[in-house]
Design a protein. Structure first.
Length: 171
């Protein structure tokens, strides 16, 4: 845990042993993801995806399979979360979310600086991520220096697809 940068943020790593924090992460993730994606992809698909990716068992499974999760806190408490893992010789940024009340404060930039630090520490020169084609956050990633690598449509089951851009950042 540490506060860093101009925008006093704390990055708290969440591990399998942190049962209570995993539950709090799941609750935060579910509420933020619901707020962001219900209008974008519909509640039915979003609820399905939350079940696949943001429940306590899903997060525990991800932690067991190499994901690194961090809760992001400011003076008011938990304001966001992020997760990444090694994939294809790069760092894959799987989760990068802020509560709506914490947006517009420069936190996303500080969070991304933190991710870049972690990538360098782990020996990675590239970071990549998927973002829904309808997600306004795509403009934020471009602003941070990500370049469009490709588009992809992934079947996630139950008749649902993730229709994404894949962005790449070279450190």
């Amino acid at each position: 845990m540490r506060y860093t940068g101009k925008k006093e943020l704390l990055f708290e790593q969440i591990t399998l042993q942190d049962g209570r924090r995993v539950e709090e992460l799941s609750q935060l993730a579910s509420s933020v993801v619901k707020e962001v994606f219900d209008p974008m992809i519909g509640a039915e698909q979003n609820d399905y995806m939350i079940h696949l990716f943001q429940t306590v068992p899903a997060i525990k499974g991800q932690l067991e399979n190499g994901y690194t999760y961090y809760m992001v806190k400011d003076a008011s408490g938990d304001v966001g979360f992020l997760a990444f893992y090694p994939r294809d010789g790069m760092l894959y940024l799987s989760k990068f979310y802020l509560k709506s009340s914490a947006r517009g404060r420069g936190y996303a930039g500080r969070m991304f600086d933190f991710v870049k630090e972690k990538a360098v520490e782990a020996g990675y020169g590239k970071i990549f991520l998927n973002v829904n084609k309808k997600n306004p956050a795509a403009a934020v990633y471009r602003h941070m220096g990500f370049q469009l690598l490709r588009e992809e449509k992934n079947d996630i089951g139950n008749g649902f697809y993730m229709d994404d851009y894949v962005f790449l950042y070279q450190i």
